[in-house]
Design a protein around this ligand. Structure first.
Ligand code: PEP
Ligand code: MG
Length: 842
């Protein structure tokens, strides 16, 4: 073994020493900050990443030189100091330097029991963690002379060498063992999984031991000043007399609480002065380190020593509350509070969440289509879901896939689970709109509707009435009921959201179809409605029939009768949206009903429709067959319906304009935005525009008043993006419908992609589900082309994205970079989008 007396191998941590996170790790830097704050930190030495790397490859530092930094015959501890504490590192080793001679001295100083404990614990730690001997041989708990002799003997028998008595050798061996553990394959893979780079370094800190064992009050503990789950200011932690390290946490039964506590005796009671001192240092940490820290401390014969401080672990809700409280106390600026919160964490606050501390029995895995978690009894039909809701019983609707007939069932259910589908399939889009936990594309579940059961991949069978939990945040179904955390839309959440609103420089609108959605959008501070899918206004059963009547009409007279019924409904719908949005923009998309979503599928459904329309069943069946398409997503959808049966869009335009006149009477003038879906050719826009203009002119004359409106185009086909130049001549705005645009760019069905998406992502064919995160390279290029050509034709064209990507942080960054005016996403995603957008400006 080579020895290098290289003083640069270690640095004594003083207020002015050259210590950097990037060279010595976070713990070393934090300890320097504590030293600068004049906390009672025992002498500490930092070894750099380079030094530790050299140790791992066999070049040992001068351990005697390191030990000399601590004065004569010290006892020291070694702790890891990686750049990011989340990357882990080897466990701490305490009491290095213990040997027969020090044992004898400590008997004098601390008493037999303390000296025996310290020596035995060190032999055990060295044997197991450094020499890597079998732990079973060193498990003796009771520390006394015999136990120490037995442990020393066991060490000698196993290694054929005496237990090292030389502190320099002990230190060297421990450093080498920790350095090598860091470079081992398992440790490397584990930290890489947490985002560490392949060459992440490990620093080590060597610190003089504070004796938590011995005379007077001695012991060790940890303390924090905010609760890790709620984030509320509250002192928690434990203290154990006559202990070292973090023993207070593992011996909870014997440890003291910290504050005066009815659960048991406390440190505050036993040592009020020391407790006060700890509270003082907690305040100093918060103020000066600008964080809620957990302090690890030792009381050595009545004197407080601070060994370490780390950011407290925290739930998402605690993270928000802590950041907001720090900003409200002027400790950090608001921008920093915004920057500190992962936008995805906000999703957890908006919904119920499976408590991470509870048990999880995963029965099926699919795509996490809508966040939140809920427990309920399994039902297999909409009718059963409604019956369950009527009984006041929570239920989970399990379907192969959902159709508009299931809307009532979805409203009644606590969560939805579907065998098929992807991020933008019917169930997923509707569930996100309703804020309902939903997992789709659960292909490892086999549904048996006849005997009302489903079988999981591991062969378990769940029947109607069995209780399961859907965890939409991660895309799993769990057996039975589990512990839940409630949503946390508290003041801290609202403050953070309002600060993000101020900081944000791209608009965030909501996709809202109903008054309830619109209200939610406003509650979450949306800048307007970016997409009102008007066909979704007809999902309610009584309205669905009228919609179907219109779809079924095969004569102009029948159609007119159906449209006459739809007109007042739509007019009222729009008046309510305009009123709720109080002058904020409302973008209404003309009908885009994929026909298969609106036709009955089952025999029962056909019979019900026959009754509702007063037609023979055979007529309905024939008509459904005639209307059925091989590929409905590419069939009579969107503007194609408007071109083929123009009276439908005429009716909608009339309803919008009449509502505009009505709502403008009661408040500020409304300027509706009307959007044409699924355009692929300029002529489509020209035809629709001519008719919408004509309806506007007619309503102006009929009502005797003027109003303005804006007509725009949804860019959802690759051709519309490519031909955006000519299309924009007729459009005041372009809104990219990235759901369909993704579907059509990839040639990938948004309803069927769930079946293989998992395996595609796993094999890295796609880096991520492109229905979830915008495919910047392909679909993104079409967005850029469309934006550029659109702007060239019309400088002031308003650009936006209203597909599901509008709520995704990476996609928002792309849109902002491309100079888009706003993104639009389901109301529940507005806060997440807002925070993600605000962070882009920081
Ligand atoms: C889209 O295609 O991106 C879109 C917003 O429309 P829909 O999801 O209703 O097809
Ligand atoms: Mg679309």
């Amino acid at each position: 073994m080579q020895k290098h007396a290289d003083l640069s191998d270690f640095t004594v941590i003083t207020p002015t020493a050259d210590i950097a996170v990037a060279r010595h790790g976070g713990r070393a830097k934090c300890l320097q900050r504590l030293v600068r704050l004049e906390m009672p930190v025992p002498e500490t030495v930092a070894l750099s990443f380079d030094a530790v790397h050299r140790i791992a490859s066999g070049q040992m530092p001068d351990t005697a030189a390191i030990l000399s930094a601590f004065g004569p015959s010290p006892l020291v501890s070694i702790r890891p100091s990686s750049e990011d504490p989340d990357w882990g590192g080897p466990g701490a080793i305490l009491n290095i330097g213990m040997n027969d001679e020090r044992h004898a001295q400590l008997i004098e100083r601390l008493g037999q029991a303390a000296a025996d404990t310290i020596y035995l614990r060190f032999i055990q730690a060295f044997a197991i963690d450094v020499a890597r001997l079998d732990p079973d041989m060193f498990e003796e708990e009771v520390a006394n002379h015999e136990a120490i002799r037995a442990a020393l003997l066991a060490f000698e028998e196993e290694t054929d060498e005496a237990f090292p008595q030389d502190p320099g050798v002990q230190l060297g061996e421990t450093l080498r063992s920790m350095a090598r553990a860091w470079e081992g394959t398992t440790a490397r893979l584990l930290r890489q999984a947490k985002g560490a780079p392949a060459d992440a370094g490990l620093g080590l800190v060597v610190q003089e031991m504070a004796m938590g064992l011995g005379p007077a009050e001695s012991g060790s503990g940890v303390i924090q000043f905010a609760d890790s789950t709620t984030g509320l200011g509250q002192i928690t932690g434990r203290y154990l007399s006559q202990s070292q390290g973090r023993a207070a946490l593992s011996n909870g039964d014997e440890a003291l609480y910290l504050t005066l506590d009815e659960r048991g005796p406390s440190l505050e009671e036993r040592c009020p002065e020391l407790f006060k001192e700890l509270v003082k240092w907690g305040g100093v940490c918060r103020q000066r380190l600008r964080e809620e820290m957990e302090i690890e401390f030792t009381i050595e014969a009545g004197a407080l020593k601070v060994l370490d401080a780390v950011r407290i672990g925290r739930s998402s809700r605690a993270a928000v509350r802590i950041a907001v409280a720090l900003a409200e106390d002027w400790i950090i600026p608001r921008e920093e509070a915004i920057a500190r919160i992962d936008p995805r964490a906000l999703t957890e606050l908006l919904h119920c969440q499976v408590d991470p501390r509870g048990k999880r029995d995963v029965i099926a895995v699919g795509i996490a289509a809508s966040p939140g978690a809920a427990t309920g009894r399994v039902v297999f039909s909409s009718a059963a879901a409604q019956a369950s809701a009527a009984r006041g019983e929570a239920c989970v609707l399990v379907r192969r896939e959902t159709t508009p007939e299931d809307i009532r069932g979805m409203h009644a259910a606590a969560a939805v689970l579907t065998e098929r589908g992807g991020m933008t399939s019917h169930a997923a889009v509707i569930a996100r709109g309703l804020g309902l936990p939903c997992v789709v594309g659960v292909s490892d579940m086999t549904l048996n509707r006849r005997d009302k059961s489903f079988r999981t991949a591991d062969g378990r069978v769940f029947r109607e009435g069995d209780v399961i939990t859907v965890d939409g945040a991660v895309g799993e179904a769990l057996a039975g009921e589990v512990l839940m955390l409630e949503p946390a839309l508290d003041d801290a959440f609202r403050s953070l959201l309002s600060w993000a609103e101020e900081a944000c420089d791209i608009g965030i609108r909501a996709n809202a179809d109903t008054p309830a959605d619109a209200q939610m959008a406003r509650n979450f501070g949306a800048d307007g409605i970016g997409l009102c899918r008007t066909e979704h206004m007809f999902f309610e059963e009584d309205r669905l029939t009228v919609m179907r009547e219109m779809i079924f009409a095969n004569s102009a007279v029948d159609r007119e009768a159906a449209l006459d019924q739809l007109l007042p409904m739509q007019r009222m719908d729009f008046i309510r949206l305009f009123e709720i949005m109080q002058g904020l923009p409302v973008c209404i998309r003309l009908f885009d009903p994929p026909l298969h979503e609106f036709l009955p599928h089952s025999r029962d459904g056909m019979r019900e429709l026959a009754e509702a329309l007063d037609l023979p069943l055979s007529d309905v069946t024939r008509r459904v067959e005639a209307l059925s398409e091989f590929n409905p997503m590419l069939g009579m959808r969107g503007v194609r319906l408007g071109i083929t049966v123009p009276e439908i869009y005429d009716m909608q335009a009339r309803a919008i304009f009449e509502a505009t006149v009505e709502a403008s009477k009661r408040g500020d003038p409304v300027v509706p935005e009307i959007m044409i879906p699924l355009v692929s050719a300029k002529r489509e826009v020209e035809l629709v525009k001519a008719r919408v203009d004509a309806v506007a002119a007619a309503v102006r004359i009929e009502k005797g008043c003027d109003f303005d409106y804006r007509l725009g185009v949804m860019v959802e086909t690759p051709r519309a993006a490519l031909r955006a130049g000519e299309i924009t001549h007729h459009a005041a705005f372009l809104s990219f419908g990235t759901n369909d645009l993704t579907q059509m760019t990839y040639g990938l069905s948004r309803d069927d992609a769930g079946r293989f998406m998992g395996s595609y992502v796993q094999q890295e064919v796609y880096p991520e589900d492109p229905f979830h995160t915008l495919d910047v390279e392909g679909v993104g290029e079409l967005l850029l082309i469309g934006a550029e050509r659109g702007r060239a034709a019309r400088k002031d064209v308003v650009l936006s994205v209203c597909g599901e990507h509008g709520g995704n942080a990476e996609s928002i960054a792309f849109c902002r970079e491309a100079g888009f005016d706003y993104v639009s996403c389901s109301p529940f995603r507005v806060p997440v989008a807002r925070l993600a957008a605000a962070q882009l400006k920081l």
